[in-house]
Design a protein around this ligand. Sequence first.
Ligand code: GDP
Ligand code: IMO
Ligand code: MG
Length: 434
Amino acid sequence: MPTVAIIGAQWGDEGKGKITDYLAEQADAVVRFQGGNNAGHTIVIGDSVFKLHLLPSGVLREGKLAIIGNGVVVNIADMEEEIKQIEEAGLNVDGLRISDRAHLIMNYHKKLDGAEEIYRGKKSVGTTKKGIGPAYQDKIARYGFRAGDLLEPELIREKTKFMLPMKKDLMKLMGAESCQCTEEKFEERLIGWGEKYGKYICDTSVLINDMLDEGKKVLFEGAQGALLDIDHGTYPYVTSSSTVGGGICSGSGVAPNRIQKVVGCLKAYTTRVGEGPFVTELEGDEMIELQKKGGEFGVTTGRGRRCGWLDLVVAEHAARLCGFTSWAITKLDVLNDYDTVKVCIGYEIDGKVEKHFPASLAKLERAKPVYKEFPGWKSWADSESMAKSGMGALPENMVKYIKFIEEYTGIPADIISIGPKRTETIDRYGKWWN
Ligand code: GDP
Ligand code: IMO
Ligand code: MG
């Protein structure tokens, strides 16, 4: 029952899509277990660039199952657009499966997301406005629509009678853009989705566990990152799902003892989109330089990502919560040509050096990063041939940087990524499915 999971170790956008796609080559199924289309995962195949938001990255590899687990929130209307992108590229979504227990994002969730942000004023989270928070609110409040409901017209009618008037009242109260949809239209739309996508909807927990019983290889693809976790992240500047290791089990219906390898996707520096604390954040020209070098602009919202140095206090927090067995260190090439690169190894708070990431936003506000400096390295001509040659071909100072991360965290850097393409990857481990 080989399983491998990939989880973002920072605030998202670590390169999970690329690493998932790389490891998916050998897998039989790729499973998303939390989040929704707030994610933006970029995969570069030759000259083509794919930006996936909801569909698991395995959808780009022929003959694999691409499974949307019960912990994901699904916007069917937006999913249709994504399927179109895949089909236009000459691929198909025959391998798509959607959990009958996955909750749905409706238009009213998107509108309420925007309205909540306005209410928060200066304390806005900077959400993607995809309706993620409001959809998870309905799930926890026990009245959300689930994908399986689409197959039961009577249930749709019953729920609509209660939900639509309630949401319309709520939107009015919140000053959100009003919803003109009648109950009949709303029901019709949902029943139509059931007819169109019903063939993909099933009990994905049974499906995944049966695959594992048969010795099939299952890859779990995290969205967002550990520091955006609803419990363990920089609350309230987080997303509304469990992005850490435990989320794999609750979000896919797979027991903890079936999860074997957990890869922490760690960007060689740090980025964050939206509001919230960020201890190693750079400012001014230094920040612009790194943002430009890394092409750090959001896949989902187009917003510029805030950038700063690598933070190993963050990495330790993520590793402890997720049980990482390997690092996939990405975007090391972006740090080329710096005279000095810095790594944060502690937070100085009120005269004391803290090694663990604190819960208090006020403490994070006062935290000053304690840096260890490393001499930089020069750029090279061709990442693909360098990746082919392996670690020995990397600049000596880059190898020292990688070794320090391994020593500090006690986790091996089994994947090294030095460019966005599949072929710009060094796989030092190779035995992922043994
Ligand atoms: P995700 O949300 O974690 O999947 O990451 P995103 O796709 O939002 O952002 C990562 C960006 O970095 C994408 O544009 C990738 O194509 C790109 N990328 C991934 N790995 C590397 C790498 O090793 N080097 C460089 N230069 N770019 C990379
Ligand atoms: P991937 O999977 C980076 C951030 C938003 C906001 C906060 C809450 O591409 O790494 P939400 O819409 O989820 O309620 O917004 O979380 N956020 C992400 N930041 N990468 C992501 O996904 C993100 N998904 C949400 O910017 O600060
Ligand atoms: Mg992203």
